[in-house]
Write a protein that binds this ligand. Sequence first.
Ligand code: HEC
Length: 128
Amino acid sequence: MKATRIVYASFAVAAPAILLLAACGASGPAPGTPEAFYVDLGCAKCHGNEREGLRSGPPLDNLQDRWREESLVEYFKNPKEVVAANPRLKYMAEKYPIVMPAFPDTSDDDLYALARYVLSDSDQATDG
Ligand code: HEC
């Protein structure tokens, strides 16, 4: 019994330290954060780490002018359909070699977190 308690106690001390290390590590954003989804789902590969845009994807700037969380989640699930119905996106898609892929296997919670992340000001999201 006593030994178990000691193990728990040392875990309680170690766990936050490990999380802190993960958050500060050079290996990228902390797991489970929207920044991590952004990298893990490959968004960064096409849109850039700072959402600045690359040859494979447009910059994700001022999205709040044109998107709401719900419409973005719809788009992530089925970009083909949303692009087909939206002349601006259609025109944009034609300028890129690969169309935006769908993310049907990602949970709604994660997609909403991601939507909020890309809707936030990209200047605030970058810390150097
Ligand atoms: C293979 C490259 C690629 C990947 C991966 C990708 N995108 Fe895109 N994205 C594009 C392209 C190309 C467009 C232009 C429109 C289109 O093709 O659908 C686009 C358009 C967008 C738009 C609309 C921009 C606007 O101005 O309205 C948003 C938002 C977006 N992507 C977010 C994301 C997020 C978030 C992810 C990760 C979950 C992601 N993209 C992954 C290539 C990509």
